[in-house]
Design a protein around this ligand. Structure first.
Ligand code: NDP
Length: 243
C-alpha cells in the first residue's frame, strides 16, 4: 500500500455528491486537491474550506467538462497551483432520465460528451506528467447502468459502458508504467443525482438502503493507494449487480 501523503489529486465535479466526499477523503490522506465545478461555486468553496481545515491545499476551478480546450487549461492551472497531478478522479457526470419515447439525439450527445468524452480528454491532459514520473492513479466513476441497463436510459448506460472500455484500454497501455486505471460502478448512492431518479428506485437495492458517499470514497482511497489493481471495475451497489 502506498502512502498518499504529499500526492496531488484532480477531481472533476468535486463540488458536491461523490466527488466532494472523495476530495475530502483524499485530503484526509494528506493529498492536495484540485476540484472542478460547473456552476455551483459556493458549494465548491465549502469543499475548499473543509480541505484547508485538514491542513491540505485546495484549488477550485470552474470547468464544463464538455469543453476540451477548457479541460487542458484546467489541468495546467491545477498543476501550476499544486504540482503535477498524481491521482485523477473522473467523476463529473449527468444522469437525465428518459424513456424510449422521449429520448432524443441531443440526450445521447449530452450523455456521451459529459460522461465519456470528458474522461478521455482529462486523462489525455493529465497523463504526460504521470508517465514522466512513473506513478499515477486514474479512477473513473462509471455506474451499475453499464452492467444492467439501469433506470436512467440507454444514453446513460452507453456512456458509462464506454467508460469501462476506456478504463481497460488505458490500463492495458499503462500497466508496467506505474499508472493504474480503474472504474468504480456505484448504485444507488445518496446524492442529488439519485433524487432525480424515478421513485421506487430504492426498492431495487438488495441491502434495502442507498449507499453513502463515504462508502464510495473508501474505494477511491483504496484504489489510490493500491498499485496492483488495474483494469478493474469495483462495484459499490448494495448487491444490485453481483458479478
Ligand atoms: P451529483 O449530481 O450529485 O454531482 C454531479 C457533479 O458533476 C457535480 O459536481 C456537477 O457540477 C458535475 N457536473 C455535471 N455536469 C458537468 C459538466 N458538464 N461539467 C462539469 N461538471 C459537471 O452526482 P453524484 O455525485 O451522484 O455522481 C458522481 C458520479 O458518479 C457521476 O459520474 C455519476 O454518473 C456517477 N454515479 C452516481 C450514482 C449515484 O447513485 N449517485 C450511481 C452511479 C454512478 P455542479 O455542481 O457545478 O453542477
Amino acid at each position: 500500500m502506498n502512502n498518499l501523503s504529499g500526492k496531488t489529486a484532480l477531481i472533476t465535479g468535486g463540488s458536491r455528491g461523490i466527488g466532494r466526499d472523495a476530495a475530502v477523503a483524499l485530503a484526509r490522506e494528506g493529498v492536495s486537491v484540485a476540484i472542478t465545478y460547473r456552476g455551483q461555486r459556493e458549494a465548491a468553496e465549502t469543499v475548499r474550506a473543509e480541505v484547508e481545515a485538514l491542513g491540505q491545499r485546495c484549488v477550485v476551478l470552474q470547468l464544463d467538462v464538455r469543453d476540451g480546450a477548457a479541460i487542458k487549461n484546467v489541468v495546467v492551472e491545477a498543476e501550476r497551483a499544486l504540482g503535477a497531478i498524481d491521482i485523477l478522479v473522473n467523476n463529473a457526470g449527468i444522469a437525465v432520465p428518459r424513456d424510449l419515447d422521449s429520448l432524443t439525439e441531443q440526450d445521447w450527445h449530452d450523455a456521451i460528451s459529459t460522461n465519456l468524452t470528458s474522461a478521455f480528454l482529462v486523462i489525455q491532459a493529465a497523463l504526460p506528467g504521470m508517465r514522466q514520473r512513473g506513478w499515477g492513479r486514474i479512477i473513473n466513476l462509471s455506474s451499475v447502468a453499464a452492467q444492467i441497463g439501469g433506470v436512467v436510459g440507454p444514453h446513460y448506460a452507453a456512456s458509462k459502458a464506454g467508460l469501462h472500455g476506456l478504463t481497460h484500454g488505458y490500463a492495458r497501455f499503462l500497466a508496467g508504467k506505474g499508472v493504474t486505471v480503474n472504474a468504480i460502478a456505484p448504485a444507488l448512492i445518496d446524492t442529488d443525482m439519485v433524487k432525480g431518479l424515478p421513485s421506487g428506485a430504492m426498492g431495487l437495492i438488495p441491502v434495502g438502503r442507498y449507499g453513502t458517499v463515504g462508502e464510495t470514497s473508501d474505494i477511491v482511497v483504496m484504489l489510490a493507494r493500491n498499485g496492483y489493481i488495474t483494469g478493474q471495475t469495483i462495484n459499490v451497489n448494495g448487491g444490485l449487480y453481483m458479478s
